[in-house]
Design a protein around this ligand. Structure first.
Ligand SMILES: O=S(=O)(O)c1ccc(O)c(O)c1
Ligand SMILES: [Fe+2]
Length: 348
């Protein structure tokens, strides 16, 4: 069976327990634009986006991921998605235009990894605010950049996404061949989807891109000014993997949102894959800053197509947070030094 021609990650739907608290976080702080709202949902987009939304916040009793959506290249690719997934034998639903406000006819599946995923093409076009600098705040966000999901078996998830034509830009491995994480793309950036090894299926984060590091720094200053600095989980900093400047926030329900800028172009067919050693202290933070334990441990549950919270499967292979901040003593900043120790001040 031929897989659908996926263009990019396009929108996510999150269940939030307090729509007004979430409205503050996503519009007042992050500056996302409200395209539409109804009594139990907000439809949001970033300034360079002209499709109806890239994020739906829907009121519900349990914080969870309701859906990850990819845009495909044409209405015919929606048909192809339906045939492909019926061929895989997973649960498939065809939904009419308007099932999600602003989105045309779509195919919804419970993918082989256990995630609720949608493929669509048609969507309502709305005003693109690229140059509406009168509306941009100092922390202006440009667009949705990627999804990051937690999966027990990274190689199996990578194989599934390779079947959809995604390529690996970077990954983190051990000398014994354990794969801890992988970054995969369809659009010509570092990733549309990242696979993080852990108990899953769970949503690790959704990332939005800005153009400049100063916009990320302003978001930190804004959170300090309103005494909500506790919503900063990790960063700001420079990633090793992807080379992006980053900040991780936790929204009022604990969903993790990354603000991310300046990764690199991956569009040529021979784009080389970068493999990092799991003991390299600069892989996740180029300046060698340790990763806060909650970043490895916490993630959002995902829903079935019936809206039930899906059980997670435990990861059976080694866990990155055990390997790198455990007692292995192999972590390093310079490979040529015999003594390999931890960065001074290593936490946990
Ligand atoms: O922390 S990592 O440098 O591995 C990293 C790289 C890119 C991302 O989008 C991310 O969330 C995390
Ligand atoms: Fe990310």
């Amino acid at each position: 069976m031929t897989p659908p021609d996926v263009i990019r990650c396009a929108y996510a739907e999150l269940v939030v327990t307090d729509l007004e608290a979430s409205r503050w976080f996503y519009t007042e702080l992050l500056g996302l634009v409200v395209t539409a709202e109804d009594e139990d949902a907000l439809y949001l987009r970033a300034f360079e986006e002209y499709l109806h939304h890239s994020l739906v916040l829907r009121k519900g009793s349990t914080p969870a991921l309701a859906r990850l959506a990819y845009r495909v290249r044409s209405p015919e690719e929606v048909d192809r998605a339906e045939a492909y997934y019926r061929g895989l034998g997973v649960r498939v639903e065809r939904v009419p235009a308007g099932t999600t406000r602003g989105i045309g006819e779509a195919v919804r599946i419970e993918d082989p990894l256990g995630f609720p995923v949608e493929f669509f093409y048609d969507a309502t076009h709305v005003e693109r605010f690229t140059q509406r600098y009168d509306l941009h705040g100092a922390g202006a966000i440009s667009r949705l950049d990627h999804f990051n999901v937690v999966v027990p078996d990274v190689p199996a998830a990578q194989h599934y996404y390779e079947g959809l034509g995604f390529k690996v830009s970077e990954d983190i491995e051990d000398t014994d061949g354990t794969v801890y994480a992988a970054w995969m793309y369809r659009k010509s950036t570092v990733h549309d989807i990242a696979l993080t090894g852990g108990d899953g299926p769970r949503l690790h984060h959704i990332a939005f891109a800005t153009h400049e590091r100063s916009q990320i720094l302003h978001l930190c200053d804004h959170l300090g000014a309103v005494r909500r600095s506790d919503q900063i989980e990790r960063g700001p900093g420079r990633h090793g993997v992807s080379n992006a400047f980053y900040l991780y926030l936790r929204d009022p329900d604990g969903h993790r949102i990354e603000i991310y800028t300046h990764d690199y172009y991956t569009g040529d067919p021979d784009n080389p894959t970068i493999t990092w050693d799991v003991h390299d202290n600069q892989r996740r933070d180029w300046w060698g800053n340790p990763v806060v334990p909650s970043w490895y441990a916490e993630a959002s549950p995902v829903l079935t197509l019936d809206g039930e919270v899906r059980d997670v499967r435990e990861r059976t292979e080694a866990r990155e947070s055990d390997v790198t901040i455990g007692a292995d003593g192999f972590s390093y900043t310079r490979t040529d030094e015999g003594e390999r120790g931890f960065k001074v001040g290593h936490q946990v």
